[in-house]
Design a protein around this ligand. Structure first.
Ligand SMILES: [Zn+2]
Length: 245
């Protein structure tokens, strides 16, 4: 295996590593996105339940007032029945006053009941709105989670494929060059090997010494950039333009 081929294999390996890194990054985003989707459903559920509780409180209050009002009305009826049996005007006046007071109280309780019924209708509307929002969110979440599951499966398949290709590419590179590559990759944010175009290192965008440019043209030794320490090669020397004619 010529050094040209090794460098090409190294370049391919690096592309595979970068692709795999990208896929891994996306894979890591999946649980985050899933948590967001689930949180949105939980929030919609909470909003729905809050409205439902308000409606239930209203209904409970109405039932209490209704029961009380029924008792009070029965009491007034009984008192009214008793008026005819009363012998003294003083007692009559006293009971009449009690009846008046009770009637007024019942009237205001009846008003309160009406107000509660009105707000119950509003609350029911709010419950319906939240219920619709919840079921919409749940359906959307189902779709979104299915898409994520599909993505996750695709990522696994893609990583497996990249892993296979990496093994093939790694076979073409000798172990010492491979370990040099791995070491530089760790220190240089994933880019360990890069082209020199003209006199410029594509890794750090600085010019290399002219002497090194000449060495690179021969493509028979592993060279590193004096500035960024990445493995460098001349694009023209490693990938010569296809001969024409
Ligand atoms: Zn450089």
């Amino acid at each position: 295996m010529s050094l040209r081929e090794k460098l090409k294999a190294l370049e391919e390996l690096q592309q595979i590593d970068l692709d795999a890194g990208g896929v891994r990054g996306e894979t890591e985003g999946i649980p985050v996105r899933r948590a967001e989707i689930e949180a949105a459903v939980a929030a919609a559920k909470k909003a729905y339940e809050a409205e439902k509780i308000r409606l239930e409180d209203n209904e409970r209050e109405r039932r209490q007032i209704e029961a009380l009002l029924q008792m009070e009305r029965d009491k007034v009826k009984k008192w009214e029945g008793r008026l005819g049996d009363i012998k003294t005007p003083r007692e009559y006046a006293a009971l009449s006053r009690e009846i008046d007071i009770a009637r007024k109280t019942n009237e205001s309780q009846g008003e309160a009941l009406k107000a509660l019924a009105t707000s119950a209708a509003e609350l029911q509307k709010a419950v319906d709105v939240q219920a619709d929002a919840l079921s919409e969110r749940e359906m959307a979440a189902q779709d979104e989670l299915a898409v994520l599951a599909k993505k996750s499966k695709d990522f696994v398949a893609r990583l497996r494929e990249l892993d296979g290709r990496r093994g093939e590419a790694a076979k073409k590179v000798d172990p010492s060059l491979l370990s040099k590559y791995e070491n530089i990759k760790k220190r240089r944010a994933g880019i360990a090997v890069c082209q020199v175009v003209g006199h410029t290192c594509r890794g750090c965008n600085r010019n290399i010494p002219p002497q090194l440019s000449i060495v690179l043209q021969r493509a028979d030794s592993v060279e590193t950039c004096p500035n960024c320490n990445r493995i460098i090669y001349s694009a023209e020397a490693v990938n010569p333009p296809a001969a024409t004619g």
